[in-house]
Design a protein around this ligand. Structure first.
Ligand SMILES: C[S@@+](CC[C@H](N)C(=O)[O-])C[C@H]1O[C@@H](n2cnc3c(N)ncnc32)[C@H](O)[C@@H]1O
Length: 366
């Protein structure tokens, strides 16, 4: 094992408590207060490890801002509304959304901005991106204000820790991380899976030997909490992420460093760890919280329905040739199937009784 501080810490945890679940490993690697990835690194952009949609094009956040304005109008234009973002990264989506929101009379004045962010370092960056905005930060959904709320999350759920079941010899085991006896490095092991976890594997799927099923317990809990909040206070939620629309088997646990995929166990704390979002499970949890659910639609379909082409043409008409090329290529990256257009999906939730939401067909029947 390398002697980097987080590996030393993980090794001590394993020696004290035994193998770590994937969720515990992810949580430590991403959010350890001193050595975690999000607490110590600048992950975004060309010089970082990955780039997200709001960092690719301002059009992304602007269209989402207009979506929020339309939802606010549909809700009867309440005089106060919480605009909440989970996992806001650098705060770019919120900045672009608020700028676009100004064109809808009354909307900007109605908004109170709330950000749910676990990393103190990223909270400071968000403060710098939103210098003149009155922002309230939260650790989780429990402290959100009791007022109508529009809740956003882009690439938030993929960052939440997952657990992995693996089917072996006719039964589910849980994949865990231990210390290899021969070389002392982090490695994989299985242990009998607890029933509270196996009970979450969908009974409609028949696993073959070696199949992996991933469960994001934290994501399910947060989705239900957000839904409960919106069902009680009014409003809607919009979540964009990479993942699958239907629950499925597969190992999607991945690490990105410098825009390259690397081994998930290699130098924890120095790479972004994520897993694909199981939107079926997420919307099941949201439905349990009382909201009606919409989607999934692909990011390409969603942004096209919101008018990305028209917005690009408006921006291009005032741009230099070089700027125009950047604007067009950014927008293409967001919507083209071979880029982010198909892998990335979009879902929404709304308080019972809400009408159709922009960009979506009728609500899902569950
Ligand atoms: C992949 S980044 C996405 C950033 C941003 N939404 C974007 O699109 O650029 C994940 C974000 O979620 C935050 N995050 C991760 N786990 C969290 C948790 N448990 N609670 C709140 N925020 C969390 C990270 O610190 C980061 O801001």
């Amino acid at each position: 094992m390398t002697a980097d501080p987080l590996s030393v810490h993980l090794k001590a945890l394993i020696e004290a408590d035994g193998p770590l679940t994937v969720a515990r490993y992810m949580r430590e690697a991403l959010l350890h207060p001193e050595h975690g990835y999000y607490t110590t690194r600048e992950p975004f952009g060309v010089a970082g490890d990955f780039i997200t949609a709001p960092e690719i094009s301002q059009v992304f956040g602007e269209l989402i801002g207009l979506w929020c304005a339309a939802v606010w109008q549909q809700a009867g234009s309440p005089s106060k509304i919480a605009l909440v973002e989970f996992g806001p990264g650098r705060g770019t989506l919120m900045a672009d959304a608020l700028r676009a929101a100004r064109i809808v009379p009354g909307f900007r004045d109605a908004i109170d901005v709330h950000l749910v962010e676990a990393s103190p370092r990223l909270r400071a960056l968000q403060r710098a991106t939103l210098p003149d905005i009155d922002v309230t930060w939260h650790d989780g959904p429990e402290t959100l204000p009791n007022q109508p709320s529009i809740v956003l999350g882009n690439e938030f759920f993929d960052a939440l820790p997952i657990r992995q079941l693996i089917h072996r010899g006719g039964a589910w085991q849980e994949r865990c991380i231990h210390l290899d006896e021969i070389n002392g490095q982090l490695g994989w092991t299985d242990r009998p899976a607890p029933v509270e976890l196996t009970g979450l594997a969908p009974s409609t799927l028949s696993p073959a030997d070696g199949d992996i099923f991933e469960i994001c317990e934290g994501g399910r809990i947060v989705a239900e909490q957000i839904s409960r909040h919106i069902a009680r206070c009014g409003g809607a939620g919009l979540f964009l992420d990479y993942g699958h629309g239907k629950s499925a088997f597969g190992d999607t646990f991945q690490a990105l460093r410098g825009h390259q995929y690397v081994d998930v166990l290699d130098r924890p704390g120095t790479a972004d760890l994520t897993a694909h979002v199981d939107f079926d499970a997420l919307l099941d949890s949201a439905a349990s919280g009382g909201c009606i659910c919409f989607g999934t639609v692909t990011q390409g379909q969603f942004l096209s329905a919101l008018g990305i082409e028209a917005r690009v043409e408006t921006l291009v008409s005032n741009a230099s040739p070089a700027q125009a090329a950047t604007i067009r290529s950014g927008a293409r990256r967001l919507i083209e199937p071979a880029e982010m257009g198909t892998l990335f999906k979009v879902v929404a939730i709304a308080a019972p009784g809400a009408g159709a939401l922009p960009g979506f067909g009728p609500p899902r029947n569950r």
